[in-house]
Structure formats: C-alpha cells, structure tokens
Ligand binder design. Structure first.
Ligand code: SAM
Length: 280
C-alpha cells in the first residue's frame, strides 16, 4: 500500500509557532523532503527530531519529485517542508502534490503559518474577498501587463516581495494604479515585526529614505467601484421631478447639480431652454 505525503507548514520566524500536529508528523514520517536541508535541520534540532532528509527545490523538482513518488508508492511516508510557511504556496510543492495525487497517493495538508494570510488578517483591509498574487514577474513587460490587468481588481490584493525589489514594485504599482491604501507586513513573528498601514506613495517615501530590509507582504486595497457618470438628461429629469414638487427652477437646478456633479448653470440653462417659457 502506498504511503502518505504530508504537507507540513513551518514557522515564519518564531519557532514557538510550530504546532503539536506538525511536530508529531515530522517525527512520525519515514523521511522529510526539504526545500533547503540546512534551514530545516535547525527546526528539527529544536524539536529534537532525527530523520532522513532529502532536498526538493525549484531546481531539482522534476527528478526529485519522481524519486519521492517512487518511495511513496513503495509504502514510505514523506513530510514536505519549505524554509518557512506553507509548502506549495509560492514555494515548491505544487508539482509534487499533483504527481502524488495523480498516482493515487494520499496527500494530507496540515494547517499552519502562511505569510499571506497572517498579513491579510492584520491589515485592516476587507478580507471577505481577496486575491493572492504572490511574486510579480521580474520581467518588465509581463510585470507591467499583470499590473495593468489588475487595475480594475476590486478585491484586496496580496503580494510577496523581496526587499531589494520593493521600491521598484511600489513605483510600478503607483504608476499603474495611482495611489492606493497599502498595508506592509514586515518580518512577521520576528523581533523586528512591523505592520505599517499607509499608502503606495507613503510607503515609497518611507523606503526610498531608508533601504528596506527583511521579508515583506504587501496588502493592497482593490479598485474603488466606478460611479457611473450622470448625464444632462438625468439632471433634467431630476429638475422636472423637483419642480413638480413645487421647487423653483433655481433651487431645483442647484439640487440636481449637487446630486449629479454637473454644472448648476448648465442644468439651469438647459432646463430653461427645455421649458421654452423662460419662467423660474
Ligand atoms: N510558502 C510561504 C508561505 O506560506 O508564506 C511563502 C514562501 S515565499 C518563497 C517567501 C515570501 O513570503 C517572502 O519573500 C515574503 O514575501 C513572505 N514572507 C515569508 N516570511 C515572512 C515574514 N516573516 N514576514 C513577512 N513576509 C514573509
């Protein structure tokens, strides 16, 4: 019978965030596939767990995945861990999960830390609907195209970004969307944790002055719904309704202008022309 592939999230920075179930799983599997064994060994030492490990990362995932699958099919169980957070979320794992699932291997996803969700929860932005964008492409053209596609996105948006690319990314976003509310979650669960609720321009000023350091999640407000523009026809219909209630033309035009955002004089003159009697 085939073994099980366990997806085991690991702390974003604070080792106290390891859960009992995560630790028990790491202790019980036959072997651990780690994004970087040098990083994961520190966690295993902290938990006093000794376990055979192998590397599974972006650059060996094709061959590495097949070797892991063979062991799973032979009945061994495997825990997949990455350097921090949840495997398969902007991290290696997606392909291995697909491979395992297609081969009938059971995949158990253990809940735990994920930078995107941890930041979103603290952001104060609408959380009912959101979209996770992960890292933007480093290639200028596809990056600009993606930002353009997201211009009208109404949901809260979540991005990951590396410190040395942060200023460029904020500039590109500001250029593509104009200013927006932004929450920057930096170094979450670590000594220098910072949750900054600001705007794209505010963050740009802040990080242009002092070079950004650490790990960042950007939570960005979605686009405001476009308010349909009122027409002169709408304004005149409103004037007519107000006049029918006994309001004088001047006041009705003023009220219609306030409601529609159109010019009071233009509404007044158009209404005068429309009535043809020149009465106020
Ligand atoms: N799979 C991981 C997860 O579930 O969060 C994400 C891995 S991705 C390669 C790494 C990115 O996550 C970083 O560049 C940063 O954007 C974000 N990140 C990870 N740890 C963080 C932390 N402690 N504070 C802020 N952002 C963090």
């Amino acid at each position: 019978m085939a073994g099980t592939l366990y997806l085991v999230p690991t702390p974003l920075g604070n080792l106290g965030d390891i859960s009992r179930r995560q630790a028990e799983t790491l202790a019980s599997v036959d072997f651990i596939a780690a994004e970087d064994t040098r990083v994961s060994i520190k966690l295993l030492n902290h938990l006093e767990i000794k376990k055979p490990m192998l590397s599974y990362h972006e650059h060996n995932k094709a061959g590495g995945g097949v070797r892991i699958l063979e062991r799973l099919l032979a009945g061994e169980s495997c825990a997949l861990v990455t350097d921090a957070g949840t495997p398969a979320i902007s991290d290696p794992g997606e392909d291995l999960v697909r491979l395992a699932a297609e081969s009938g291997v059971e995949v158990v996803s253990i809940p735990g830390p994920c930078a995107a969700i941890t930041a979103l929860a603290a952001s104060g932005m609408p959380t009912g609907r959101f979209t996770f964008e992960g890292f933007l492409s480093v290639a200028g053209k596809s990056r600009r195209e993606r930002l353009e596609e997201l211009k009208g996105e109404r949901r809260t948006m979540i991005f990951y970004e590396a410190p040395h690319k942060l200023v460029g990314t904020l500039q590109d976003m500001l250029e593509a969307w104009g200013d927006r509310a932004l929450c920057i979650a930096r170094e979450m669960t670590k000594l220098n944790e910072e949750i900054v609720r600001t705007s794209l321009s505010g963050a740009l000023a802040r990080y242009t002055e002092a070079a950004p350091r650490g790990e960042f999640v950007l939570i960005i407000a979605g686009a405001e719904p476009e308010t349909p523009k009122a027409t002169m026809e709408d304004a005149l219909a409103r004037v007519e309704a107000l006049r029918a209630q006994g309001m004088r033309l001047k006041e009705a035009s003023r009220a219609a202008a306030a409601e529609t955002g159109l010019s009071r004089n233009e509404i007044y003159n158009a209404a005068l022309r429309g009535s043809g009697d020149g009465t106020d």
